[in-house]
Design a binder for this molecule. Structure first.
Ligand code: NAD
Length: 400
């Protein structure tokens, strides 16, 4: 289902039939057979998808996901979210996404390098022209972005590169930083409460979840539960996140760290102040949402709350900070990396975090103003604001 809820953006689209057409249809969808030789006898053919949803505001920006559950529908949904995220935050990019359907856990770094080289081979002209600027997503990281750079020799054609080769200080922490800031600002503006002492549960302890935990702990919040795909932990006194991150980096598992076991489902229903789904899509559904006790849900992952769950939360009075705002720290930092690659300038991590905080604060304020004016939810306000920007850009470019 498209994330463009036509009921909510009715007045933005009134009399603009062509805008509706262009928003509901991606500019381009590539379905690719990715052929990878893993040795001189074995050929693997993986399904891969590249979707450019809308580039009216700038180059298609969106990560490359390697996961066994990748589909064209999922890639399209994620590209649409990027169009909205970049528009809401005022970052001069459009929306894109790539998905490679392979089990990332079974791929070593050599295999990933071969996959990336083949992938660049297929989309080289889009990278070289600046039409598409990829970044990491689930299953890819700085090393894979370094391969893209190595294959193209164009520093600005990819973001999320390692530090020594044009990567941005603070990029790896950026999404988690934005999630933590959103939680802090959400508590302050929606509940008139300090973040200090608030109890937080986080589903997913990868890049986004672990760095969100890190910054929230720094702000004085108590991270009482975390989980990953294989296990979950609860510690009512609050975890020492730096120690937990060190443990996770060594063991690639939460297991063995101090705390009691908890299932992913129970984590979502914990009696906490803030719940942060930071793993994958569609975890808060019509089955899990009614059990949520947190009053604030901060969407660290893309699309963790289904439309049915959004309606349930609205009735329950649970505030949801939408993904297109809450996890925008990554793309905001990517913009700085892209700009630095073009200009040759250097930016410190502190400056990156400051820019993320101020950008999210500004967008949050616009969202709250519209929410009050039109009696919308946070998610609906974000959608309306973003769609207005995209329509404006399409008009300026003479597309509609
Ligand atoms: P990651 O691969 O680093 O981490 C994902 C984590 O979620 C891992 O701990 C994994 O074990 C866990 N997980 C996966 N499936 C799960 C499930 N079904 N139940 C519980 N835990 C599960 O990925 P990431 O980069 O942290 O991304 C997480 C989410 O945030 C994704 O939706 C991604 O699209 C979104 N996101 C990431 C970034 C970024 O900069 N990394 C930016 C914006 C949005």
């Amino acid at each position: 289902m498209s994330i463009f809820d036509l009921d909510i953006i009715k007045s933005e689209l009134e009399g603009k039939k062509n805008a509706t057409l262009l928003l509901l249809k991606a500019e381009e969808k590539k379905i690719i057979n990715l052929n990878i030789w893993i040795d001189n006898k074995t050929l693997i053919v993986a399904d891969a998808f590249v979707v450019y949803h809308n580039t009216a505001r700038g180059p298609a920006k969106g990560g490359i996901r390697i996961d066994k559950n990748v589909t064209l529908e999922e890639t399209t949904d994620l590209a649409e979210r990027m169009t909205l995220k970049t528009a809401l935050t005022g970052i001069p990019f459009g929306g894109g996404k790539s998905g490679i359907c392979m089990d990332s856990a079974k791929l070593d770094s050599y295999m990933k390098k071969e996959i990336m080289k083949e992938f660049v081979h297929i989309i080289r002209s889009d990278l070289a022209s600046g039409y598409y600027v990829p970044a990491p997503d689930m299953g890819t990281g700085p090393k894979e972005m370094a391969t893209i750079y190595g294959e193209t020799h164009i520093p600005e054609c990819v973001t999320g590169k390692p530090l020594g080769i044009g990567g941005l200080p603070g990029r790896k922490e950026a999404t988690g930083r934005g999630v933590a800031f959103s939680a802090y600002y959400g508590m302050k503006k929606l509940f008139k409460k300090e973040i200090k002492g608030r109890r937080v549960a986080i589903q997913g302890f990868g890049n986004v979840g672990s760095w969100a935990a890190y910054f929230l702990e720094e702000m004085g919040a108590k991270i009482v539960a975390v989980s990953d795909l294989n296990s979950g932990l609860i510690n009512k006194k609050g975890f020492d996140i730096k120690k937990l991150m060190a443990h996770y980096n060594i063991n690639n598992s939460l297991k063995g760290f101090e705390g009691e076991a908890i299932s992913n489902e129970d984590l979502l229903a914990l009696d906490v102040d803030i719940l942060i789904p930071a793993a994958c899509e569609n975890v808060l559904t019509n089955k899990t949402a009614p059990k949520v006790k947190a009053k604030l849900v901060v969407e660290g992952a893309n699309g963790p709350t289904t439309r049915e769950a959004d309606e349930i939360f609205m009735k329950m009075g649970v505030e949801v900070i939408p993904d297109i705002l809450a996890n925008s720290g990554g793309v905001i930092a990517s913009y700085i990396e892209w700009k630095s690659a073009k200009s040759g300038s250097l930016t410190s991590a502190a400056e990156v975090f400051e820019f993320i905080d101020r950008t999210i604060e500004r967008c949050f304020e616009s969202l709250l103003t519209l929410k009050k004016l039109r009696k919308l939810t946070n998610k609906e306000s974000g959608l309306v604001l973003a769609v207005k920007e995209v329509i404006n850009a399409m008009e300026n470019r003479g597309w509609i």
